[in-house]
Design a protein around this ligand. Structure first.
Ligand code: NAD
Length: 416
């Protein structure tokens, strides 16, 4: 089980399968399998009580073959180099699936934000940025928020980088506040991307939005936005699952009211317009669309046979283990893999970077329209590739991505 849940081994398993099916030669396999650069920094930070502490941080740049590295920075006590490596490689494949001109990168700092004050977090962020400053930049590697980092963290990184460069460089990070070079539509982008690909999948199944029953795990940025937009599109969101409880209403939960309830009480529980349900069981309700949008490794070899959805829309990164893939395939679940389904976020991050570099900002309709075009084209690329090559959607997504990155690497040639 430990092996099954290791994110780097999971990433490797999918990579190996796609590389084999593509007949990638050994040399190219080695190049694409290895992260190009792994940076480890030990950052001294003065704590509020006067003590000095040292935090360990990483930045892994998996590939810059198709453009600057792109990927979030997470702050969490259990960050490991293996996890950051896996996430960096996923970013390479994700950017290639949606065909945006970025490579893949990821960063993390081992720390527990719950135990740190805002000013301690600011000092960690600034010193981490300063330690990796030669390796990041709008043309080199562009960080973004991830677990426990947010637009404030991005503003600190942007400021630290700008102080070193002696001028304001907004394009150094994405996911910034709107008034500091952020993009309209970015907070909703990942959930909106999930909606766009789900609408395409429903068409293939001939299911009308009003007949679509959805179960969503996670009511945060991705899950909350997906819930809101899917409800607005007429879907029935019959269950929402959070870490402290789950809700069920067969006629569809009123998502706007639930958002107000959560804001007021801090939890989704005790919501009067839906029944409480065991969160472990809710994942396995019969439904048309299941959206795991909380965390990795929730569908494993231990429970995949209990999944009862027609369509799996992976809002989270790595919610399904490689071993569970085969079980879902046997059950004929239509899987929209994370590197496709949640790519709306990085797509609008790309728009943010473009807008920052142009110094000209788009209205929200334009952002959403361009996002829709990219998500629909990517969905069609992957599904038609899967049909043509008789593979499942995840394998198709990896094959398309590897092929695009291998092409760029080959055309550029190996320097020196
Ligand atoms: N935010 C983005 O743009 C983006 C883009 C691509 C992928 N992702 C991925 O999507 C996932 C969610 O990210 P997010 O930005 O929405 O984070 P978030 O912190 O805003 O939301 C996560 C939600 O999941 C809930 N949760 C945590 N553990 C849970 C559990 N065991 N069961 C049910 N709910 C649980 C949390 O309480 C929280 O409400 C992560 O895997 C992230 O890497 C996010």
């Amino acid at each position: 089980m430990e092996k099954e849940l290791n994110p780097w081994l999971a990433a490797e398993a999918r990579f190996d399968q796609a590389a084999r099916l593509l007949n990638l030669d050994d040399g190219m396999r080695k190049v694409l399998a290895s992260p190009a650069r792994e940076i480890t920094v030990h950052i001294p930070v003065g704590l509020d009580d006067g003590r000095l502490e040292v935090f360990t941080g990483y930045r892994v740049q998996h590939s810059i073959a198709r453009g600057p590295g792109k990927g979030g920075i997470r702050f969490a006590p259990d960050v490991t180099l293996d996890e950051v490596r896996a996430l960096a490689s996923w970013m390479t494949w994700k950017c290639a699936v949606v065909n945006i001109p970025f490579g893949g990168a990821k960063g993390g700092v081992i720390c527990d934000p719950k135990l740190l004050s805002n000013s301690e977090l600011e000092r960690i962020t600034r010193r981490y940025t300063a330690e990796i400053i030669e390796f990041i930049g709008p043309e080199k590697d562009v960080p973004a928020p991830d677990m426990n980092t947010n637009e404030q963290t991005m503003a600190w990184i942007m400021d630290t980088y700008s102080m070193h460069m002696r001028h304001t460089v907004t394009a150094i990070v994405t996911g910034k506040p709107l008034n500091l070079g952020g993009s309209r539509g970015r907070p909703e982008a990942t959930g909106r991307g999930c909606l766009f690909v789900t609408l395409q999948a429903l068409k293939l199944f001939g299911i009308r939005p009003e007949d679509t029953r959805v179960v969503i795990q996670g009511f945060g940025n991705v899950g909350g936005m997906a819930a809101r937009l899917m409800a607005r599109a007429g879907f029935k969101v019959i269950s929402i699952i959070e870490w402290d409880g789950a809700l069920y209403n067969k006629n569809g939960i009123d998502i706007e009211k639930l958002m107000v309830h959560r804001k007021e009480t801090g939890s989704i529980t005790d919501f009067s317009e839906a029944e409480p349900i065991d969160p472990h069981e809710a994942m396995f309700l019969e439904c048309d669309v299941l959206v795991p949008a909380a965390k990795e490794n929730v569908i494993t070899s231990q429970n995949a046979d209990k999944v009862r959805c027609k369509i799996l829309c992976e809002g989270a990164n790595g919610p399904t283990t490689a071993v569970a893939d085969a079980i879902l395939a046997e059950k004929r679940v239509f899987v929209m893999p994370d590197i496709l389904a949640n790519a709306g976020g990085v797509t609008v991050s790309y728009f943010e970077w473009v807008q920052d570099r142009q110094g000209f900002f788009w209205n929200e309709d334009l952002v959403n329209q361009r996002l829709e075009e990219i998500m629909i084209n990517s969905f069609q690329d992957i599904v038609s590739y899967a049909n043509k090559h008789k593979v499942d959607n995840r394998t198709a997504a990896y094959m398309v991505a590897l092929d695009r990155v291998a092409f760029a690497t080959k055309m550029r040639g190996i320097y020196a």
